[in-house]
Design a protein. Structure first.
Length: 136
C-alpha cells in the first residue's frame, strides 16, 4: 500500500478512451484498458464509467470474489484523499487467504484416505488375532 501512486479524480478523468481506460473502485485507481475485451459483460459498461469513480456501479452488480480479486491485478494507484477502511485493506489479502483455504482443503482430503485404509486393515488385524487365538 505504502508504495502506491496517488492520483486525483481529475487525473483519472484524463484516461477515458477505449485505448486508455481508467476508473476508480473503492479508492483504487485501475487501468482496465487490457481488461476491456475480457470483461464478461462486455466493454461498453466499462467505457461508460471510464475516468470516473465506478464503485457504486461495481458494487450494485454484486461482483463475485474472483471479480474483486481481479481489481488488484489492474490497480495502478490509489485515489487521493480516500480513507481506506480495515475491510478495504483486508481485501488485499483475499487472494492469499483463498490459497491458504484451498491448501487446507487439500490437507483435509488426506483424512478420508487414511480412514479408508484403517477400515480395510483393522478387520484384517482382528481376524488374524482371532484366528491365531482360536487355532494356535
Ligand atoms: C476492473 C473492474 C471489473 C472487473 C474485474 C469485473 C469483472 C467481472 C466479472 C469476473 C464478471 C462475471 C461475474 C462475476 O464473477 O461477478 C462481471 C460481470 C459483470 N460486470 Fe464487471 N467487472 C468490473 C467492473 C465493472 C463495472 C465498473 C461495471 C458497471 C459499470 C460492471 C458490470 C458488470 C455486469 C453488468 C456484469 C454481468 C453481471 C451478470 O451477468 O449478472 N463491471 N464483471
Amino acid at each position: 500500500m505504502a508504495s502506491q501512486k496517488v492520483f486525483t479524480l481529475s487525473q483519472v478523468a484524463q484516461h477515458r478512451s477505449k485505448k486508455d481506460c481508467w476508473f476508480v473502485i473503492n479508492g483504487r485507481v485501475l487501468d482496465v484498458t487490457k481488461f476491456l475485451n475480457e470483461h464478461p459483460a462486455g466493454e461498453e459498461v466499462l467505457i461508460e464509467v471510464a475516468g470516473k469513480d465506478a464503485t457504486k456501479q461495481f458494487d450494485n452488480i454484486g461482483h463475485s470474489k474472483e471479480a474483486q480479486n481481479l481489481l488488484l491485478k489492474y490497480q495502478v494507484g490509489v485515489l487521493q484523499g480516500h480513507a481506506f477502511t480495515e475491510s478495504d485493506k483486508n481485501a488485499f489479502f483475499v487472494e492469499s487467504t483463498r490459497k491458504e483455504m484451498s491448501a487446507s482443503v487439500i490437507k483435509d482430503d488426506k483424512m478420508p484416505k487414511y480412514a479408508a485404509f484403517l477400515e480395510f486393515v483393522l478387520p484384517l488385524v482382528f481376524t488374524g488375532l482371532y484366528l491365531s487365538y482360536r487355532y494356535l
